[in-house]
Design a protein around this ligand. Structure first.
Ligand SMILES: Nc1nc2c(ncn2[C@@H]2O[C@H](COP(=O)(O)OP(=O)(O)OP(=O)(O)O)[C@@H](O)[C@H]2O)c(=O)[nH]1
Ligand SMILES: [Mg+2]
Length: 492
């Protein structure tokens, strides 16, 4: 944590240095002057014109190491307020490494993750919410998320928190009036003023609290988890979602014994889909562990899919599990509709989908005497079944009806986009503060209804101060800062 106060000149590759690319961007931040590095270039750095790119050679004892484009950003007019040299070097990792090592030998230290940005915070070039926004956008797995991070980076969130702070200061003012000046202003009026300001503050907190409803992990990497008994058809569905034969499908019960996860994209959002070990009683230690893990993953999932083969007698045991969607497999088999009726009471709020082995990706073996016609095409039994299954408008239906898999993906995406509409991407640090503010404000609300002593209320209201400041990042301990910046990649 010493680096939080360090002013050493630091170097980092800001463009990621593990791949062979045309260009890599190195940044050197914090040079007070060019004495340390002047001998490493073929031109005098003191002649550099700020913000003007120069073609220059890096030399080590008259040996030319690389020809690069160098731009000097003179502090305070730079990304983090310090003098910054940006070097666009040839992007072979071997070259990048050699240049970093060369500068290190000349007194420039390699930066810690996030250290360059931390200095922007230290020099008031960025606020903590902007830094956290940057973290979100750099690690975003979807365009929605990126946009969210971008809006925080551009200061939108900070504006909301400043607005909250204004409301808080008004509230503080109102309680002071109630205590000291109610005789001048009039008791009724000062009491009304206080209540109005309190309601305003409380409503702002509750609007923010709504945004903390779903765990951040659900939104950063939304997990879609499939669960069901052995042979329900989970791996078959998993492969269909991925459009790839990734998980082993077989008629042997207990084929999948550990979980397998992969990513698929839909409408620009990336979902992690997890195939799990089939549920059953087992003596096998490894399988038992796999089943335990599967259940944990399912209970923590963003989107839970219960997979059911209605022809299996042991399926009825899973009906107590909650689910976002229930997928009935084997819809190609004769008697499917009758079998599905046995599950009419299952998971009231879940959407229902029926799937047969559609599409060319899944070469299912012979399906046995019960089967009607084998794999079904898009014209056959389609889409959700039963009265529960209305998915609502699905948008323009180009090229005929959307097959059930598409409907399922739409439903997953819909849950995600509905959540995103609440702008829920707040870092855990901010979420914790908001939740604690909400609890405190609800407590004060009860006090206002009960006790009428303004001095007691004033005391409680003063206690909100640290939390509101914390939200704005005004008072933030070294531990918190260290935690935030450790998420950053080196070079940011
Ligand atoms: N006819 C038909 N067969 C299916 C369908 N879905 C899966 N199957 C078959 O059912 C068997 C089991 O499918 P899997 O996808 O391996 O089932 P699972 O739930 O992953 O099973 P475990 O890994 O053992 O838990 C395989 O033989 C599949 O070919 C379907 O919709 N129709
Ligand atoms: Mg399986």
């Amino acid at each position: 944590m010493e680096w939080l106060i360090s002013e050493d000149p630091i170097i980092a590759c800001s463009s990621g240095n593990n791949e062979n690319t045309a260009i890599s961007l190195l940044r050197i931040s914090g040079l007070k002057n060019f004495k340390l590095l002047n001998s490493l270039f073929n031109k005098d750095l003191n002649n550099l014109v700020p913000r003007k790119a120069s073609f220059i050679k890096i030399v080590d004892k008259s040996h030319v190491i690389d020809e690069v484009v160098l731009t000097f950003f003179k502090g305070p007019h730079s990304y983090n307020g310090e003098n910054i040299l940006e070097l666009a070097v040839h992007g072979n990792p071997i070259n990048v490494r050699r240049i970093i090592e060369l500068f290190k030998k000349h007194g420039v230290r390699e930066a810690n993750p996030g250290e360059i940005t931390y200095r922007a915070l230290r020099n008031n070039k960025m606020t903590l919410t902007q830094v956290e926004g940057l973290d979100t956008l750099l690690n975003a797995g979807s365009i929605d998320l990126f946009d969210n991070g971008m809006s925080h980076l551009s200061g939108e969130l900070q504006k909301e928190y400043l607005n909250l702070r204004d409301s808080y200061l008004n509230l503080r003012g109102a309680i002071e009036i109630l205590i000291d000046f109610s005789e001048d202003v009039g008791e009724e009026q000062s009491s009304k003023l206080f209540k109005d300001h309190f309601e305003n503050f409380k409503s702002l907190i509750h609007i923010l609290k709504r945004r903390t409803r779903s765990p951040r992990s659900h939104l950063l990497k939304p997990k879609v988890v499939l669960l069901g008994v052995t042979n329900a058809g989970k791996s078959t569905l998993f492969n269909k979602l991925l459009e790839e034969k990734r998980s082993i499908v077989s008629e042997i019960k207990g084929t999948t014994r550990d979980y397998i996860s992969e990513y698929f994209s839909h409408e620009g959002a990336e979902f992690q889909v997890v195939d799990t070990a089939g549920l059953r009683e087992s003596e096998d230690e490894i399988e038992v562990e796999g089943i335990k893990l599967s259940k944990e993953l399912y209970s923590d999932a963003f989107y839970k899919i219960l997979v059911i083969n209605p022809f299996l007698s042991d399926e009825l045991g899973v009906d107590s599990l909650e689910a976002d969607a229930v997928v009935f497999t084997h819809s190609d088999l004769k008697g499917f509709d009758d079998k599905v009726r046995d599950f009419d009471n299952l998971s009231g709020n879940s959407k229902r989908f029926s799937l047969g082995p559609i599409g060319p990706l899944l070469e299912l073996g012979p399906i046995g005497p019960e089967s009607k016609t084998g794999p079904i095409g898009p014209e056959s039994k389609l889409g959700p079944i039963g009265p529960e299954s209305e998915i609502g408008p699905i948008g323009p239906q180009e090229g005929g009806p959307i097959e059930p898999l598409g409907l399922l993906k739409n439903h997953i995406y819909r849950k995600y986009s509905d959540l995103m509409a609440e702008k829920p991407i707040l870092p855990d640090r901010q979420r914790n503060i908001i939740n604690s503010l909400a609890t405190m404000v609800d407590g004060i609300s009860q006090l206002i209804d009960g006790v009428n002593d303004p001095a007691i209320l004033s005391n409680e209201i003063n206690m909100l101060d640290a939390e509101v400041n914390g939200l704005l990042g005004i008072t933030t301990s070294d531990d918190v800062l260290n935690n935030i910046f450790s998420n950053f990649c080196i070079g940011k």
